[in-house]
Write a protein that binds this ligand. Structure first.
Ligand SMILES: *[C@@H]1O[C@H](CO)[C@@H](O)[C@H](O)[C@H]1NC(C)=O
Ligand SMILES: *[C@@H]1O[C@H](CO)[C@@H](O)[C@H](O)[C@H]1NC(C)=O
Ligand SMILES: *[C@@H]1O[C@H](CO)[C@@H](O)[C@H](O)[C@H]1NC(C)=O
Ligand SMILES: *[C@@H]1O[C@H](CO)[C@@H](O)[C@H](O)[C@H]1NC(C)=O
Length: 544
């Protein structure tokens, strides 16, 4: 999900300012993305145009549109669903009654780790519009606690973040479903007397599956799109999907580059500095910070979308840059550089790309170490609410993990440096969240808290699993190669979108028939199984 200089928390990952993104839909690419995010924000007020030229994220693109048809609404939630603490906060939501008719279902979209505003396109032309139109339903976008404006605390200290976890967020949704009163609608549409269909993509996709399992009486049906139901400390497979799915020439150039770079970093100490200098990063002290920057452009794979207005072509531009300007014929050639460096030509192209797209964002008043260094914990101590990266990173550090590392087999082809380890990727967890009085972040996230709900094997009637064939998050979903193959049925849909990347069914076109074949197809299938579920509801529940 997601890269302008705005808060784009998409597992949505880290997305920064045209270059790096802290988007919560991205895997966690590391501390330097937090640095750049922070620095770009600081600078943004002074130089508003600096980071707006490239890598438009889905989120930032659509945040510019305003959806006056769907005014924001507020629902009061307990801060802590599992104690007597009387504190409450206001959770934001939006709804569309465009297609609603009495007797119709409610289709709710969990907005996950982004501001709910970024999900409003799905109410207008995406999956909510598509499903409510087909069922005379009411569409709802529900913002997640600690994101957007649904902020229950005064700062993002470790203690203040302790109510940000899966159980609390799921309980918010359940409470909302049983108590909400929609403005201007007379009927009581609460669960369980009205059928609610829960939809989420990515992190929220896992939530959607969890809701069906945790609250089976409230959630009549659920769709988990790119739902990362299997949490893992290490996710080297994320980059493996990209390596295998990218244009073969691009993958080969990446492998060649990383092998040459690792060889120097690991075996030829005197050339480390000249190598980093090529990338404009000579003064970056730690090699793992350097290799971390090298991984950043790979985060744009998941920003691809079938709708060019919605996705980013940054990955294609990166690949083109690696080949430029010599073409494949030059791939095997090396160039001897002053100081004894001899490197494949593609490494020079890589270096130029990093310089132009990342290093150049770090200007004047900041040092290279400020922008790309992750070893100084001081940088990550600001707990102000404007440090929005702290929320998803906290979830990563406590329950979700997904730290990107190199493939474990030493001789495996790779597009990520061997210096990218669990230790380097998870360092920020220990730096940014010193133990509080009431809560301490565990040394490593407790992924069992997620996996105990089913992991790869999560299943229920009226729970649909929809994934993308080349989604880098696929290895964390029930479509992982580690999961068992299941039949695809109307009551347990299990669908893989050919050539699909991340959450490919979540957005749509105003005129569905204009969608590309595979997207139109998945949307039609979703209409078909949701309609079947609702017919089932009519046969059983409505008679009561
Ligand atoms: C953070 O907010 C809490 C109240 O929510 C307050 O008690 C605490 O002092 C704040 N921490 C800091 C460091 O300002
Ligand atoms: C924390 O960051 C905010 C902006 O994100 C800034 O306004 C504030 O001055 C910073 N606080 C400290 C103590 O640096
Ligand atoms: C991890 O989560 C599981 C499931 O919620 C829980 O049973 C277990 O106690 C947790 N482990 C630790 C070390 O907190
Ligand atoms: C279920 O019943 C309602 C109310 O009679 C009706 O409007 C709706 O079309 C029915 N849904 C399906 C899928 O048959």
């Amino acid at each position: 999900m997601h890269l302008k200089c705005i808060q784009a928390a998409s597992l949505a990952f880290l997305n920064i300012c045209g270059a790096l993104a802290i988007s919560s839909s991205s895997p966690f690419l590391g501390a330097h993305s937090v640095n750049l995010w922070r620095l770009s924000r600081e600078r943004r007020t002074k130089e508003p145009a600096l980071f707006t030229s490239q890598d438009d994220s889905q989120a930032s693109f659509h945040a510019q549109v305003s959806y006056t048809e769907f005014p924001e609404q507020w629902f009061e939630q307990p801060l802590d669903h599992f104690s007597d603490d009387p504190h409450t906060f206001k959770q934001r939501y939006w709804f569309s009654k465009r297609h609603y008719q009495k007797g119709g279902p409610v289709i709710i979209l969990d907005s996950g780790e982004l501001s709910g505003v970024d999900r409003l396109p799905f109410l207008d032309t995406g999956i909510l519009e598509i499903l409510t139109k087909a069922t005379n339903g009411l569409g709802v976008v529900l913002e997640h606690r600690y994101y957007g404006e649904s902020i229950p605390v005064a700062n993002f200290s470790t203690d203040s973040l302790r109510w940000l976890n899966n159980a609390q967020a799921a309980a918010d949704s359940a409470n909302f479903m049983t108590r909400v009163k929609f403005d201007g609608i007379d009927e009581d549409l609460t669960a369980p007397d009205t059928p609610w269909i829960y939809y989420g993509g990515s992190y929220a996709g896992a939530r959607s599956a969890h809701m069906r399992v945790l609250y089976p009486d409230l959630v009549f049906g659920a769709i988990a799109s790119s739902g990362v139901t299997h949490a893992a400390l290490e996710l080297w497979e994320y980059m493996e999907v990209i390596r295998r799915a990218a244009d073969p020439g691009c993958s080969r150039r990446l492998e060649t580059s990383i092998a040459a770079i690792d060889n120097i970093l690991l075996n030829v100490p005197r050339l480390r500095k000249p190598l980093k200098a090529l990338f404009g990063l000579a003064s970056l002290e730690h090699d793992d910070d350097f290799t971390n920057v090298l991984s950043s452009p790979l985060g744009s794979w998941q920003e691809k979308n079938w709708d060019p207005d919605f996705g980013s072509d940054a990955f294609e531009r990166f690949c083109a840059a690696l080949a430029h300007p010599f073409g494949a014929i030059a791939d095997e050639r090396s160039i001897a550089l002053p100081g004894g460096l001899e490197l494949p030509i593609t490494v020079l192209n890589y270096a130029n790309y990093i310089k132009e797209n990342y290093v150049s964002k770090c200007t004047q008043e900041s040092t290279i170490e400020d922008c790309f260094g992750s070893h100084d914990a001081e940088k990550f101590q600001n707990i102000s609410l404007s440090e929005t990266w702290r929320a998803w990173t906290f979830q990563v550090c406590t329950e979700w993990g997904y730290f990107i590392i190199a493939p474990p087999a030493e001789d495996a082809p790779r597009i990520v440096s061997r210096l990218t380890t669990l230790e380097s990727s998870s360092r920020i967890c220990h730096q940014a969240y010193p133990p509080g009085e009431h809560f301490a972040v565990p040394f490593l996230p407790n992924v069992t808290a997620v996996n105990v709900l089913g992991g790869f094997h999560i299943a229920a009637d009226r729970l649909a699993i929809i994934d993308g064939e080349v989604d880098p998050w696929r290895p964390a979903t029930p479509h992982s190669e580690y999961a068992s193959v299941r039949p695809d049925t109307l009551f347990r849909p299990f669908k893989l979108i050919p050539d699909g990347v991340h959450r490919y069914d979540e957005n749509g076109l105003r005129n569905m028939d204009d969608e590309p074949f595979e997207i139109l197809n998945i949307h039609k299938e979703e209409i078909a199984f949701v309609t079947t579920w609702l017919e089932d509801w009519n046969k059983t529940q409505r008679r009561k």
